[in-house]
Design a binder for this molecule. Sequence first.
Ligand code: GN1
Ligand code: MG
Length: 539
Amino acid sequence: MDSTPQERLSQIAKFSTLHPRPEGHKFAYGTAGFRLLGSLLDSVVFRVGLLAALRSRKLDGETIGVMITASHNPPDDNGVKLIDPQGEMLEASWETYATKLANAETDDELTKDYLAVAEALKINLDSPANVVFARDTRASGPALVAALKDGLQAVAADYTDYRILTTPQLHYVVKCINTATTATPYGKPTEEGYYEKLATAFQIVTMGKPKPPVITVDAANGVGGPKLKELARYIGSDHIDINVVKDEIDAVEKLNHQCGADFVKTQQKLPLGLEPASLELYASLDGDADRIVFYYVDEASKFHLLDGDKIASLVAMFIRDLLAVSGVDLQVGIVQTAYANGSSSKYLTDILKVPVTVTPTGVKHLHHAAQLFDIGIYFEANGHGTVLFSNSAMKSLESFEAQNPGQQDAVTTLLSLAALINQTVGDALSDLLLVTAILSHKVWGPDEWNLAYTDLPNRLVRVVVKDRMAFKTEDAERRLVEPKGLQAQIDALVKKYKSGRSFVRASGTEDAVRVYAEAATRLEADELAVKVSDLLKVL
Ligand SMILES: CC(=O)N[C@H]1[C@@H](OP(=O)(O)O)O[C@H](CO)[C@@H](O)[C@@H]1O
Ligand SMILES: [Mg+2]
């Protein structure tokens, strides 16, 4: 580089004046990165560019990902989050730096804060920085990409624009790039590489098995629609029949509108306008295709949701059985949050006899807890999740000497599952293939899958309070420590209901608290939710 450090710093201020910080807004890097109205994000995304370069420089030039998306939020929102080198979420300690840079009041303050981070972390600003990025289909995306590029140029980072991808596809690409020259490369760092890897793995997992049930997928009018169609093309219609609906990505106002995984899970009903055939399999993705829920209607037209808990249970059963057949000694574990339906936790513990860990809400907590098992399965009830095979589990499987064809088959299936499942983050497309592959093995339709256990009726309520920060929890968010006395009141209510359970916690993504309640009947679950919510009104 032939510019002086001083010149380079003035570059930041020069570019930053093109991306002024809107007045009166406090930005915070939370569970889902920065997420708010797309029209307010320009300066934030520019500054994320600076931070991504710092992060890459700190990690000896490893490639960092930046995803521009607001997932299941309304069309006018947008968001941005960073992806660490192994395709994981940004390391938590860096969230503070992200927040700091985003809130710098002036261009000079921004430069100062940027230098302060570099100095505190001993980052050599002359070293290489590599960043890749992509966006979802939102209208505000292209302008935010331009802001990001300015940020990267301001600090001379090398970058590659992957254009429109699902969030999990970008996580995949990041991991591929950073493992390319290692002993265990993750795959080809391209969109095609992603399709090829998943399609091949799916064909191997389902080899010799009947075709899975036909599936109709509501793509929430988001990025998942075209990507799923492409994936289905790679797999071939000899192997799977996927019918994609709600895939109008150009009708930007329809994104997540009365459809998609979040709508179906929270409303516990079908996407608007979908007319389901009885006992056929349906699924809904969210706006960036990292979540999926399944569902069907029975002969009496009753709607049945097969959510993240049902997915985790199906996968746990399948992997546990394969391990038993193979004779490979590996420990499977499940990670859930407090939102997991009580019946699912009981089924996993009492019937499948697999250990269940409960963590606070937010994928990063689940992901880290799942890494502690040989094979860790984690799903949030809302349908975000994946399965992690540890390095040592992979080695055990790869080196296992099967004694008979049955064992060999089971080991081959387990190894192909590890390729089929996105190991970086919950991935709706990969999870869809995983579930359908298992149904193909079992020769099951959705109703057989649903038989494992019956969900306890439950209700999730959002309550706006004066100060959500006053709500402090313990025991993986299942109990309130503050406001003092409230937990005792909740306990007293819960005791009155058969199979009752309820908890209250502050949302990490919205300015509200959430009340969850479940009980033996629909009426009781609703009543418990209302009564617990009423306790908050007097605060
Ligand atoms: C009850 C619920 O679904 N909460 C969601 C929601 O978090 P809150 O902290 O509850 O706002 O958004 C998170 C990020 O998408 C997701 O991880 C989590 O599961
Ligand atoms: Mg999402």
